[in-house]
Design a protein around this ligand. Structure first.
Ligand code: 6R9
Length: 660
């Protein structure tokens, strides 16, 4: 049975242990159902109650939801607050001042602890430093940093002064960075001299220099540089400033800028099926509420927990479940600079033991690669480490296959820890469909049920609900507080991408396919239904990679498809037509390598195609459309059984069948 079929038939139900359920914040299915019923009966009242109970407002809101200009929804619009106040100051007031906020585990294993009081002081000084350079509420600031206390502090400092940050993952190229700087109209870039990963020093500041030198970034006045490695870097007088010099002598306190609930907290670029990456814009109040609540509901966070989310702050998971969620609930968390395989593939398990981590949240791709590594070497198997502190495990970023789920459950959680398989997106701001660890019986490979107040459904092309057991398109029928507000600078694209006319402009379209189990109603995500790939949990548009390839002077045409991959979920396979004759043998190998490196330079190493196949042409219909579905079949190495009668050039299939 193919794995997708196995998923559809998977119906094991594994209840949380009694011990876990008894002490959980949401304990038992009745408690979950009661919350769902409250949301059904009084939707606005439900959200208003939660927003009052979990967020500190400077000016309380009186209006919960404004749907007048749907799908541009407004939540808590007349309320005023500050996210950094909610994450830091309120922890000083409620007895957490000397509690460790961040345990920073460096690439080389060095540890730095930062208390809430210290983090507050750091963020205040940083915020005062930003203000001293003239950065104000509403300005956009790019953060191009590796995992560090300073990275988190940079985000919080922007939030404190009402500047809108846009974090760009440190693996993106100068060109990708430049595009984001221009689109956001950023006034400053915060970066580091270099980053340390896997024992190596990798450049950051020099990439910022390259990005700015590409042109069009005139809006940038300041480049603020955190010294991480101390290796020499170029410095441009007047523009560049060391973070240390900026914050030195700044007051340890900074009055928060009280912003409207709808004020843009951040923009985060993500890939869509067409065009350039979209600047997903999030608001302040609703986003904070959901970051805080999902820490409580999904992660059952308790004052004694040590929380570890292994994501990077360059992705949404690192925003919600590192920078904002854990701090807003006063948790102690690990911020990890390194990679899972350095100095050995037992690094995650070792670090869990070292810091007594109790909640661990990672991606299926990491789990799958560590399964492989521990099959080969018992020394890096979880059983060789002390994992007794763990009480809850989480998964995010892509579907987790039942086999990997079971391995995680048995070997890491020792069958005692619930697994929360959290389905959500950059656009949703926080979890959408996930088990509640003290309530929902789990099914491996299923993200189970939506959180209370999240009105997910599966519909057909016409927007009608499909019965359980039948696959369809995943939608959300009602707005929710942490939803995307717009695409930065492109409201029209926001409407057409997420609230398409096919569904009357009323449903939020996630871009994923899903199916509900016929008995339990549990959701299983079947993967993207658009041209978005998910490689190791990183989202990439096929169009973006194709555009990068055709920007190479040698390339005439390119088509990119995803191919299932045991470790990374999906891998990138590119079909390329060169302007010169089709290369073969060593020539083909050499050119493939050149093009792979080209894509890494254009977008970033994460976008490198794993495989490149050269052809004299691509399979096209008589009207000239590339038949991607055939390319997908070829990439998988499967025989073509589909109808190819509309194909202009069927002979090309034979040529593209073989990987070089
Ligand atoms: C948080 C994050 C979003 C896309 C999403 C879907 C996939 C994420 C998943 C999952 C199945 C899960 N995805 N979590 N698929 N099960 N638990 O990853 O955001 O980078 O925007 O990606 O990832 O395809 O549409 P983002």
């Amino acid at each position: 049975m193919a794995e997708s079929d196995a998923l559809k038939h998977e119906h094991r139900l594994i209840p949380p242990t009694l011990q876990f359920a008894q002490h959980a914040r949401v304990s038992g299915m009745e408690a979950y159902q009661a919350l769902c019923a409250e949301a059904e009966q009084d939707f606005e009242g439900f959200w208003a109650r939660l927003a009052r109970e979990n967020v500190d407002w400077k000016v309380p809101f009186t209006k919960t939801l404004n749907e007048d200009n749907a799908p541009f929804f407004k939540w808590f619009e007349d309320g005023k607050l500050n996210v950094s106040y909610n994450c830091l100051d309120r922890n000083l007031a409620n007895g957490n001042a000397d509690k460790t906020a961040i345990i920073f585990e460096a690439d080389d294993g060095a540890v730095t602890n930062v208390t809430y009081k210290e983090l507050h002081a750091k963020v205040c000084q940083f915020a005062n430093g930003l203000k001293s350079r003239g950065i104000r509420k509403g300005d956009r600031v790019i953060i191009y940093m590796s995992m560090s206390v300073e990275g988190v502090a940079a985000m919080q400092a922007c939030a404190r002064i009402g500047a809108t940050h846009s974090v760009v993952f440190g693996g993106f190229s100068a060109k990708s960075l430049q595009e984001r700087i221009i689109d956001a109209g950023a006034v400053a870039v915060i970066t580091a001299d270099e980053q340390r990963r896997g024992g190596k020093c990798l450049p950051l500041k020099s990439i910022v220099d390259d990005a700015l030198a590409l042109g069009g970034c005139d809006s940038v006045r300041d480049v603020i540089v955190y010294q991480r490695t101390g290796n020499p870097i170029a410095f441009k007088e007047g523009r560049d400033i060391w973070l240390q010099d900026l914050v030195d002598k700044q007051p340890l306190d900074c009055e928060p800028e009280w912003v409207e609930a709808e004020h843009p907290l951040f923009i985060l670029y993500t890939s869509g099926s067409t065009g350039t990456p979209k600047g997903v814009q999030h608001a302040t109040g609703g986003y904070l509420l959901w970051a805080n609540l999902t820490m409580q509901w999904t992660f059952d966070i308790k004052p004694t927990d040590v929380f570890w989310c292994t994501a990077d702050i360059g992705w949404v998971t690192g925003h919600t479940y590192i920078a904002y969620g854990p701090t807003s609930v006063g948790a102690t968390q690990i911020v990890f600079e390194g990679i899972p395989t350095f100095p050995h593939a037992g690094r995650f398990w070792e670090t869990i033991g070292k810091h007594k981590v109790s909640i661990f949240y990672t991606a299926p791709t990491a789990i799958r690669s560590l399964i492989k590594a521990s099959d080969l070497d018992a020394n890096v198997h979880p059983k060789s480490f002390d994992l007794s502190s763990l009480r809850l495990l989480g998964s995010v970023g892509e579907p987790i296959n039942p086999e990997a789920w079971m391995w995680y459950y048995k070997n890491v959680g020792k069958e005692q820890c619930p697994i929360v398989d959290t389905f959500w997106q950059t656009e949703t701001g926080g979890h959408m469909i996930t088990p509640l660890p003290g309530a929902t019986p789990m099914t491996p490979g299923s993200c189970t049920l939506p959180l209370p107040g999240i009105m997910t459904a599966i519909v057909d092309e016409a927007g009608h609900d499909v019965p359980n057991g039948q696959g369809g398109i995943l939608v959300v029928k009602r707005p929710w507080p942490s939803m995307i507000r717009t695409i930065w600078g492109n409201p029209e694209r926001f409407k057409t991408s997420y609230f398409p006319e096919e569904f009357g402009g009323k449903y939020y379209l996630a871009g994923d396919g899903a199916i509900r189990h016929k008995d339990t109603g549990y959701f299983t995500i079947t993967g993207r239904i658009d041209d978005v790939l998910n490689v190791s949990g990183h989202r990439m548009g096929t169009m973006e990679i194709e555009s990068a390839l055709v920007a190479n002077p040698l390339v005439a045409e390119a088509a990119v498809v995803g191919k299932p991959d045991e470790t990374t979920g999906e891998s990138i396979c590119a079909f390329v037509v060169l302007k010169q004759a089709r290369p073969t043998g060593d020539d083909a190998k050499k050119l493939a390598l050149e093009l792979r490196n080209w894509v890494a330079r254009e977008i970033g190493p994460i976008a490198k195609p794993k495989e490149i196949r050269f052809g004299d042409n691509l399979p096209k219909t008589r009207s000239g459309k590339i038949m991607r579905r055939l390319l997908r079949v070829l990439a998988r190495g499967e025989a073509i059984t589909q109808d190819v009668s509309t194909l202009e050039n069927p002979a090309i299939l034979e040529q593209l069948k073989q990987a070089q």
